[in-house]
Ligand binder design. Structure first.
Ligand code: GLN
Length: 491
């Protein structure tokens, strides 16, 4: 049996039925990760010993005939900005190297209670700022479908780990596209939940009004299972809500009841012919299957991108002020006064992208520019949110490509940063509005690179996203086109 081809749900089943032990699972995945990650470099740290200890305990539990929680023996990776006790959390930044958080994130506690085996921490863009995982202080991560391409970002390590068969499921985080964009580049399903659905306690903040923990998987059912474990009210994050609408119709789901909106302005941003062709192909297949897809008009997402740049950098400049070299940091001492000390620590600790964003955000919040930029952006954000909410009075889902292009070359961050920013454009309006959205496989292009489709839903309707994704999988067969486990991958 190829362990790496199993989904989280099937691993759980095999373990529950006693066909395989948790220790065997860990041994097998460890071996594969050892080989595969030499190429992919998806991880910044592994925790096999801890996972093995947990696996032994799970095997004992099963032998005793006790109830097995829903993620028992499922290997999972977490992004390096999610806190776990007794493990460094660095956000792939020089600033936080050697930092041990004094607590675990709520999601980590929930995963552990659910029996998951956390096998390591994945690479990311520094402080979750970027679209290629190249701003990481460690190393770039590579795309499992083509080692010369980026996996996307900022959660590129998690996307590559899932796309490369190292884990069936991984956690990432999204501010404006950092789960959906890399999921699309690596051929995964990537879910951004409704804002307030999953606790952010223990997630290092980038822009708090936008940040959400998101999930990667190769299968919609896996996403749903992990989502079910993580969702819910948390005392430690006052933006969370209780289990509102946490249901999925599953077998009872009737796709013909779904009215799909297809925004013209999103398609106009697509310059890649194959992305365009595939998207229209999906629309055609949906229509053939009896689904109503209606072309509609929405505010140009470029406007949302502008709003995002202001709000995200403004919040980042405030959130990252805590990194001062006193509470966190490199511990550089011997400066004349505390101002010099903070300056020095920040100079050495942060990379260029992070510095740029802090500077921009500071400018947007300065008394001179606040009204012109920040206040205006907050206003337009409200308008975009209202427009989307309004649209959902008449439609159940909004469909578009997940990204206007496939994965770009490694190093292209330097070549074209506009292209980089544009890769998140489909994701940003939903992020601003706090809506749930999913990116799902739309097959491969002629170069063998995955393409992704995006679905957006009204708040708390993640179940609908999963059900409809499953339906699209069945009528298109795109997911089955992907060859995840072709060892190596070419340049
Ligand atoms: N790529 C986007 C950016 O760099 C989104 C980042 C994110 O969602 N964390 O801002």
């Amino acid at each position: 049996m190829e362990f790496k081809e199993q989904t989280a749900c099937s691993l759980f089943r095999l373990f529950e039925q006693g066909e395989i032990s948790a220790v065997e699972i860990i041994k097998n995945f460890r071996e594969f990760q050892g080989q595969r990650d030499k190429d992919l470099k998806a991880f910044v740290k592994t925790s096999w010993k801890r996972a093995e200890k947990k696996a032994r305990a799970l095997d004992e539990k099963r032998k005793r005939g006790e109830d097995l929680p829903p993620l028992s023996a499922v290997p999972i990776a977490i992004k390096d900005n999610i806190a776990r006790l007794r493990e460094t959390m660095t956000c792939s930044s020089n600033f936080l190297k050697g930092f041990f958080p004094g607590y675990s994130a709520t999601v980590v506690e929930k995963l552990e209670e659910a029996g998951a085996l956390i096998i390591g921490r994945t690479n990311m863009d520094e402080m979750a700022m970027g679209s290629t995982t190249e701003t990481s202080v460690y190393h770039p991560t590579r795309n499992p479908h083509n080692l010369g391409k980026t996996p996307g970002g900022s959660s590129g390590g998690s996307a590559a780990a899932v796309g490369g068969g190292i884990v069936p499921v991984a956690l990432g985080s999204e501010t404006g596209g950092s789960v959906r964009q890399p999921a699309s580049f690596c051929g995964n399903y990537g879910l951004r939940p409704t804002y307030g659905r999953i606790s952010r306690f223990g997630l290092a903040a980038y822009a708090s009004s936008l940040d959400q923990i998101g999930l990667f998987a190769r299968d919609p059912d896996d996403l749903w299972r992990v989502f079910g474990v993580l969702a819910g009210k948390d005392k430690k994050d006052s933006t969370t809500v209780s289990g509102k609408g946490l249901e999925r119709k599953g077998e009872a789901f009737d796709p013909e009841e779904i009215r799909v909106a297809f925004p013209r302005e999103y398609m106009e941003l697509v310059e890649d012919g194959e992305v365009e062709k595939r998207t229209f192909e999906v629309v055609e297949k949906l229509e053939k299957a009896g689904i109503k897809v209606e072309e509609i008009s929405l505010t140009d997402p470029k406007k949302a991108l502008g709003v995002y740049s202001v709000i995200a950098t403004a919040e980042a400049s405030s959130n990252l002020a805590r990194f001062d070299g006193l509470r966190f940091g490199k511990g550089i001492e011997g400066e004349k006064n505390w101002e010099e000390l903070i300056k020095k620590n920040r100079e050495v600790g942060f990379g260029q992208e992070v510095k740029n964003r802090i500077l921009l955000g500071t400018l947007f919040l300065s008394s001179q520019y606040r009204e012109k930029f920040y206040d205006r952006a907050v206003q337009v954000r409200k308008e975009i949110t209202q427009e989307l909410d309004q649209l959902f009075c008449n439609f159940d889902l909004i469909l578009s490509p997940a990204t206007p292009m496939p994965a770009f070359n490694l190093g292209s961050r330097i070549e074209s940063s506009l292209e980089k920013i544009m890769s998140d454009i489909m994701a940003i309006p939903g992020s601003l509005a706090g809506l749930p959205a999913i990116s799902l496989p739309m097959g491969l292009n002629s170069e063998g690179l995955p393409l992704g489709l995006q679905l957006m839903a009204p708040r708390w309707k993640e179940g609908r996203l999963i059900d409809f994704s499953q339906f699209i999988r069945e009528i298109t067969g795109y997911r089955e086109e992907l060859k995840y486990f072709s060892e190596g991958g070419s340049e």
